[in-house]
Write a protein that binds this ligand. Sequence first.
Ligand SMILES: C[S@@+](CC[C@H](N)C(=O)[O-])C[C@H]1O[C@@H](n2cnc3c(N)ncnc32)[C@H](O)[C@@H]1O
Length: 205
Amino acid sequence: MEHAFWHARWQDGQIGFHQAAINPWLQQYWSRLGVPGDTSVLVPLCGKSSDMLWLREQGHGVVGVELSDLACRDFFVEHGVQITPVAVPEGHTRERDGIKLWSADFFALGREHWGDVAAVYDRAALIALPPELRRAYAAHLRQELLSGVEMLLVALEFPGGEGPPFSVTEAEVRQLFEPAFTVVRLDQADTGAARREVVYHLTRQ
Ligand SMILES: C[S@@+](CC[C@H](N)C(=O)[O-])C[C@H]1O[C@@H](n2cnc3c(N)ncnc32)[C@H](O)[C@@H]1O
């Protein structure tokens, strides 16, 4: 998926993927991961997700990575915070009250940028990427995450169709992440139009 595609989506306000409400799977299953509250959580391809605020409220530091500078700006502005972005070689950063957003290509950042994280929260990140980038995404996480890092992954399954979003089955999740990660399917729910959300708990081995 070209960067220009996502920049255009944000520019034109075509962000139907954005949810104003906190994700119910996050609220239901986060505690199952057993991540201590004073640790940091990486949120890849974060958009302007309010889920980051919820994670912060649980005591976590939050590091979000998002291609669109508009999205990063809007996240803070919509929560009443004006921040001057800091230019860095990879893009820009904005940081306030334990939430740091990088407007940068996720694949250009690694552990040296996002620091020590105990967990990853993926809602609509993996499924936003076409097949070759899904492989690159899983490989990048495998490369950059230390043993013991937990991950909550919300995927979507549906027959056929052109993405994004893309349908990502359990078989593909396992193919992408095992054996470097253990993969436990936690739950699922039909969301209408033959779509099913499936939530997984992964642990980096
Ligand atoms: C489907 S949206 C999901 C956003 C967010 N996770 C949510 O739940 O609202 C996917 C996001 O990934 C961003 N994105 C796509 N490719 C990216 C990349 N290579 N690096 C960082 N962000 C990227 C897009 O700009 C878009 O905001």
